[in-house]
Every structure is written in C-alpha cells, then in structure tokens.
Design a protein around this ligand. Sequence first.
Ligand code: KIV
Length: 261
Amino acid sequence: MDKVTVPVLKEKKGKEKITMLTAYDYCFAQIIDEAGVDVILVGDSVGTVMLGYSTTIPVTISEMIHHAKAVVKAVKRALVVIDMPFMAYQESIEKAKRNAGRMLKETGAEAVKIEGGEKMKDVIKALVDIDIPVMGHIGLTPQSYHVFGGYKVQKEAERLIRDAKALEEAGAFSVVLECVPRQIAKRITEEISIPTIGIGAGPDCDGQVLVIHDLLGLLGDFRPKFVRQYVKLRDVVKKAAIEYVSDVKNGIFPDDAHSFH
Ligand code: KIV
C-alpha cells in the first residue's frame, strides 16, 4: 500500500486515471480508503449533503475542521484534501494563509482546495509559497451560486483555459473541472501539466470525482446528468428502518438470540 502524496498524485498524469470521492465522517472515509480511492475530499458539499443547507455558502471553517478530523483519523492511503469554505480565503491573502494553516494543523489534512481561477491566482501562489499544497477548482464553482444564478454548465472555453493556466502558474498541484463541456475539459487536460479531475467534465480528464452520497444513491430523486448511481442505498436504508420499526412494534425484535441470560 503506497501512500498517495502530492508528488505521487502529480506523477499519475498521463499514466493512470486518478480517482477521488468525498467523505465527511470516519466510517465512510475508512470504507472508501480501503476501496483504493486516490484522493478523499472533505468537500464543503458537507453543507448540502450532511448539514441540510441549500448551498455550500453557509459552511464554516469550524464545520470543515470537525468533519475533516474524523476523516483523517480513518485514512491510511489516500491523499486527504479539505475544502476552504466561502469567505475563508477571499478577504485577504493574510487571512487565507492563516485559515489554510489552521485547517491543515487542526485536521491533519494534506492539502486545501480553493474555488476560482485567475482571480484566485495570488492567493494560491501565497499559500504554495508557504508550503501549503493547493488543489484548484474551476468551471461551476458552487460558492459562486448567486453569481451564476444557479448550478449551470460553464461553457466559455477561453476563460476556462485562462483560469486553468493561471492555477498551473500559481503552483496548484491539480485542478477540479466541474460541469464543463467535455471538449473544453479535454483541451485543458492537454494544455496544462497538472492533473485535471473532472466532475461533469467528460472522460478525458486525468481523473474523476463524485460526491459519495450521489454515487451511493443516498439523496432523493435529484440526480445531476453526470452522476452514476452505483447503488440505491436510500431505498436499502429505508427498507431496513421500516423492518426494524415493524419488528419492534410486533415484538419480533429483540428475540432470545439477541438477549442476555
Ligand atoms: O465540495 C465538493 O464536494 C466538491 C466536489 C464536487 C469537487 O467540491
């Protein structure tokens, strides 16, 4: 079992596909680490899939730290990346450095992820200069929900290519491409030297990422076009809970086999 580090991940470009999934707690992090995923992202999607927020915007640094601590305890092989939440890095470079440093020191995560392209170049460079590895994130950046007016595919090829190149120049070690037409994602992947990790960006990226709740079918009927559900776990969990309720109500559980003597 070779530990995935930032240099190991960069080396994978052009040689093998990179796999990344989100996790927000000890149990799921342990399962997906054992499954061999390369990168575990403690995403600020924690806000929408675990905490019931309607966007990622309200997520706080403390919430990110709380979840990342549990994930880091479970992970042996994967690279653990933590999302910097909205307003943890936009205000000033000094604040971005302080917050990123705190998030790595208090959680044990190995890198931060930051949303935004050219506009975030100076922030990313400042973090990389103090030895904080940064994963970029361009295309549909969910923290810009109100600017985009919703979750919309980003199709401006020249801007996206400029953004990707700005992140590469700033020293980011990889970049997430979210909801970008596959032809543009392919071009970016060919034109930059760092790995691209796609979500809704087609098959030509260097790697793929999904939110674990989407892959497991844990959420309701809402399913973005780019998600493949590998199991309908919501139905499985619900069925088990319904059976449990029925067994307890009818005196079937606990039985003698589940009792102490
Ligand atoms: O927060 C998150 O889960 C993410 C992924 C969608 C890449 O940023």
